[in-house]
Design a protein around this ligand. Structure first.
Ligand SMILES: [Zn+2]
Length: 235
């Protein structure tokens, strides 16, 4: 059995206010946390394979990034400081039309690496080529909630629904339970009400959640209010 001790860190156990251990230690056996406590309390204290001295550091559960398009790490710096719709229409969507599954795989892997380095262990991703994203998640050891982004007004709209259903069948609960799949209608301004209704029906049928952009900009808020008489969230 491999025993790893992390000692000296401030441990956030996330079990309430009193559960912060100012100077604590964490014992891991074969990759599982088996003990959290005060200094010197770990069983077999003098019998560790590895000790990490973590004075001045914090040990805590991983961060969760609730909304990503992980593979867009490759587009970093490509188009900055533009209003959302101009950014999407003129720069991002034309670029994304050229992406391949292989691109998305490597972009997602880079994103996973950067997330791991900054303490993020789980992310909620909406993109295309989701089989390739899932593969990246499986290989990196992260947890992820994946959804195939669906644009109802695009010619690919109904295809995307099929792909989303395939993704649920192929990946929900996979990678030792680290991958969860949801449906990802892109936004109220790209998915008309009848399309959103189809998504809701499919989500109910498959018993999965929904991941959507909503109220991203002031423009969207007032456009949707004008169009449907409701705020984007109410809509
Ligand atoms: Zn987004």
């Amino acid at each position: 059995m491999n025993k790893l001790l992390i000692r000296g860190a401030t441990v956030l156990t996330m079990e309430g206010q009193d559960a912060i251990i100012k100077t604590g230690e964490i014992l891991m056996e074969d990759g599982w946390i088996t003990h959290v406590g005060l200094p010197g309390s770990a069983p077999g204290y003098f019998d560790m394979d590895e000790v990490i001295e973590a004075d001045g550091m914090v040990a805590m559960p991983g961060f969760v990034n609730c909304h990503t398009h992980a593979a867009m790490t490759l587009l970093r710096g490509y188009a900055d400081d533009l209003p959302l719709m101009q950014w999407l229409n003129e720069k991002i969507w034309p670029f994304e039309d050229k992406l391949t599954g292989e691109d998305v795989y490597w972009g997602s892997k880079l994103a996973c690496l950067e997330m791991i380095k900054s303490g993020t262990t789980c992310f909620g991703d909406m993109y295309a080529f989701m089989d390739d994203v899932a593969r990246a998640v499986e290989e990196t050891g992260m947890r992820a909630v994946l959804s195939r982004g669906m644009i109802g007004v695009a010619p690919t709209g109904s295809n995307a629904l099929q792909e989303a259903e395939e993704l649920v069948k192929n990946w929900n609960g996979k990678a030792d339970g680290r991958i969860t799949v949801m449906l990802g209608p892109h936004a109220p301004y790209t998915c008309p009400p009848d399309y959103l209704a189809k998504v809701m029906d499919l989500a109910a049928k498959l018993k999965v959640g929904i991941h959507i952009h909503v109220s991203e900009t002031r423009t969207e808020f007032y456009d949707i209010l004008k169009q449907y008489g409701k705020t984007p969230v109410q809509h």
